[in-house]
Design a binder for this molecule. Sequence first.
Ligand code: 0WE
Length: 256
Amino acid sequence: MPLLDGKHGLVFGVANKRSIAWAIAQAWAREGAKLAFTYQGERLKENVEELAGTFGADTLILPCDVTKDEQITDVFKTVGGKFGKLHLMLHSVAFAPKDALEGEFVNTSREAFRVAHDVSAYSLVALARGAAPLMTEGGSIVAMSYYGAEKVVPHYNVMGVAKAALEASTRYLAYDLGPKKIRVNCISAGPVNTLAARGIGGFTEMLKVYEARSPLKRNLVPEELGATGTFLASDGAAAITGQVIYVDCGYQIMGM
Ligand code: 0WE
């Protein structure tokens, strides 16, 4: 039987077919989950409709700017009305102003720091609070992180600090929601060529570094994030919560 048969999921963070959220959504759907999607801004609406539409014309697709409490409230009201119950949620959302990812971290403005944390970390707390009342049979919340949360990755800057907040939030949410059988975990992915990674200076070099230094001597493929996302969503991970799972070909274990 498919691993996620009869489960309802909500996916935040699909921008296009290269999105990590899309890789995980496809894996969840393949295992039988029924999914709803949100998109950020009219700019991305068509993309998400085209992709999510492949799961059927009745697929729920809703606007959601995660910095707007009213939009979050509306999403969970609509999802609750359509699904009744929710079992899975994917948070694959991050943003820092471009100039904050280019210069030195010491020059991060108050506003860039605020925006990065609001979009990339606080949003998990707000979305978990919205999802929890619908997860009456227990649930699995998965968020995406990156190694820059624990070690300095040049230019990742305020995003690293925001990912550290996301990972710590994951642990506190896991503690709060554990009694309701809701698990909260992060996948820390190695570099993937997405819209969010494009335009980042030196990204191609970064892929080469991972290939050279990671124990598996290669970069990951998005399907491997899908597989880990499915595992964390499944009952096979029923005793795993508050964790950060590295899907990075082993890069994180290296000291040199
Ligand atoms: O989390 C990320 C990227 C998130 C991201 C990307 C952008 C680009 C466009 C957040 N905000 C923005 N803002 C923009 O204006 N990654 C893990 C990918 C990434 O980003 C880096 C990396 C890696 C890897 C930035 C610097 C150095 C390495």
